[in-house]
Design a protein around this ligand. Structure first.
Ligand code: PMV
Length: 307
């Protein structure tokens, strides 16, 4: 039966493993308490075009998601109206595109009378992300769809290995999140730049990915046993490897050196950026809450909610 469907989906942060995850290395991801709401319903009257999307999000991605979600379904003859409202900053590593892909797919399927399983929603949402970004690991789709802290790895056959990591709330308190400004480059552009670097300098990128792989494993064990000091080491090492593949703009690197000089660690979370002032979401790590309170925040960074 067709009808109105409402879906709420959280944002996400990648704690460890971005970029390497695209090439089959593991990532650790967690949902964030910033949400996107999507409503889909049959349009009141038939008119030109089968769909109308009302959104403060980039229109293209919503259109792609509606198209992929409704492919092969019995769409109501009058078409669908899709309405999107979001508190997730777009294009900045907070999981806005994954949330949009998952929420639009789930809402449109349900509005067309098809209750897709979570795995089917993940498959379609990954198709949306792949169309948008060229190549996508799917780890962010899993984060927003399943919630919690997850270990994920895309296998060579395309299937996804996924395991929940039971992390104490106090351990997640090691992290604070900041928005350093929207990157100038999109996720698709950053993934393509890393691909090009891989072709030109395979040893450099291979070394960086090997470090990211190891740090993701170390970081996930540290999360499990609640070891804040080991998490700080893992975040420092992850950031160094991400800088080696040129996904951290110069100004953000300098700001992160300043945080390290104060005894903490910080890394980009998500695709990052090549040029410009911002790299989107930044994770700052230190086990002591009082240290976070004393931290001199880099100029232009705004605090965000916690993981
Ligand atoms: O910046 P975001 O939230 O789009 O995250 C991208 C993460 C990458 O590893 C760079 C790409 C991917 O598909 O995993």
């Amino acid at each position: 039966m067709t009808g109105e469907a409402a879906v709420s989906v959280p944002g996400k942060t990648i704690l460890f493993g971005e970029h390497a995850a695209v090439y089959g290395h593991p990532a650790v991801v967690t949902a964030l308490d910033l949400r996107m709401m999507v409503w889909a319903k049959p349009r009141p009257a038939a008119g030109p075009g089968a769909f109308r999307v009302k959104s403060d999000e980039p229109g293209d991605l919503a259109d792609v998601a509606v198209e992929i979600a409704t492919d092969g379904l019995n769409v109501p003859p009058e078409g669908l109206e899709v309405h999107i409202e979001s508190a997730i900053p777009p294009g900045s590593g907070f999981g806005s595109s994954a949330a949009l892909a998952v929420a639009v797919v789930a809402a449109c399927r349900r509005a067309c009378g098809d209750d897709a399983s979570p795995s089917e929603i993940a498959r379609l949402a990954l198709a949306v992300e792949t169309r948008q970004h060229g190549r996508a690991s799917g780890v962010d789709v899993e984060a927003v769809l399943r919630g919690g802290v997850l270990w994920c790895r895309r296998r060579t056959d395309g299937s996804l290995e996924r395991e929940e990591i039971p992390v104490a709330a106090a351990t997640l308190d090691t992290f604070r999140m900041f928005h350093s400004g929207t990157p100038l480059q999109s996720t698709g552009e950053m993934v393509a730049l890393v691909r090009r670097l891989m072709d030109d300098e395979p040893v450099r990128v291979g070394d960086a990915f090997a470090t990211i792989d190891q740090v993701t494993r170390d970081g996930s064990r540290a999360l499990l046993r609640g070891d804040g000091a080991a998490l700080v080491d893992a975040v420092r090492a992850a950031e160094a490897a991400l800088e080696l593949i040129d996904v951290v703009p110069a100004g953000v690197r300098d700001a992160i050196r300043g945080i390290e000089a104060q005894g903490g660690a910080a890394k980009i979370s998500g695709a990052g950026g090549r040029t410009g002032a911002g790299a989107g979401l930044i994770l700052v790590a230190h086990p002591d809450a009082a240290w976070h309170d004393r931290l001199v925040r880099p100029s232009g960074w705004t605090p965000s909610i916690r993981a």
